[in-house]
Ligand binder design. Structure first.
Ligand SMILES: Cc1cc2nc3c(=O)[nH]c(=O)nc-3n(C[C@H](O)[C@H](O)[C@H](O)COP(=O)(O)O)c2cc1C
Length: 226
């Protein structure tokens, strides 16, 4: 993912930035217009040679990584496995097809937000937040060497519209589906990853600049195993 921001097209307009799109209320007339570079990801692979059973055998938590950055193909494949669109749905099941999850990436190139519709990432910032992210994740070893950290966040209100007090439970179940898809996909393409839940929510939300109501649920350091 080297020099990702230099090669992207600039798109201007309120429709571009996910954060404003995620808010329940419509944008106000005097809202700031944000200019967000958007990078189309390579077409994901939808066939492979690893049988499902072997993929399950290959998945194990990896907490030490080589420094090589992820390629766009690798990153796109992981994001697609977690939340990519397939037909009229997504790769992970969602109660009521309400899709309450949002996926973000932190790498040396900055912070990115995955947009399943276009299989693309929006560059939210060019800041490398991995060090403060490691601190927010209690200085766990996996964060010391990971070239990328994928964050899966949930928006309970999207689910509550239909499921009321069961919304939180459904969002937590769904992040497990998406996380497992990503982890098994990582193993199949030779990457290592570990799902982590031990972090300070408020610090992580601030580092990714998550919109109000979007809660970080999983942080997944990922890269080539050391
Ligand atoms: C909800 C959840 C939270 C986890 N949080 C962490 C974590 O904060 N740090 C970590 O190193 N591993 C974490 N793990 C990974 C487990 O430690 C790991 O899956 C377990 O040791 C079994 O090993 P395996 O994944 O290689 O089968 C978490 C796993 C789950 C499902």
């Amino acid at each position: 993912m080297a020099a990702i921001v230099g090669s992207v097209a600039l798109i201007v307009g309120a429709a571009v930035f996910a954060a404003s799109a995620l808010r329940a209320a419509p944008a106000a007339r005097d809202d700031e217009v944000r200019v967000v570079p958007v990078l189309e990801l390579p077409e994901p692979r939808t066939t492979g040679e690893t049988p499902f059973e072997e993929a399950l055998l290959q998945r194990r938590a990896v907490r030490e990584f080589r420094p090589d950055p992820l390629t766009l193909g690798q990153l796109g494949q992981l994001l697609w496995a977690a939340q990519g669109e397939t037909g009229d749905g997504r790769n992970a099941p969602s109660a009521g097809a309400l899709y309450p999850l949002e996926v973000y990436v932190a790498s040396e190139d900055g912070v990115f937000h995955y947009r399943p519709g276009g299989h693309e990432v929006a560059a939210l910032s060019s800041e490398d937040i991995r060090q403060p992210l490691a601190a927010a994740a209690l200085d766990q070893p996996a964060f010391r060497t990971a070239p990328a950290v994928i964050a899966i966040a949930g928006v309970n209100e999207r689910m509550a519209v239909k499921y009321g007090s069961r919304a939180e439970q459904y969002v937590l179940i769904e992040v497990g589906h998406a996380g497992q898809n990503l982890l098994v996909q990582a193993a199949v393409i030779g990457l290592g990853a570990v799902p982590t839940g031990a972090f300070r929510d408020d610090e992580v939300a601030e580092l990714f600049d998550l919109p109000d109501g979007t809660e970080p649920l999983y942080l997944i350091p990922v890269g080539l195993p050391a």
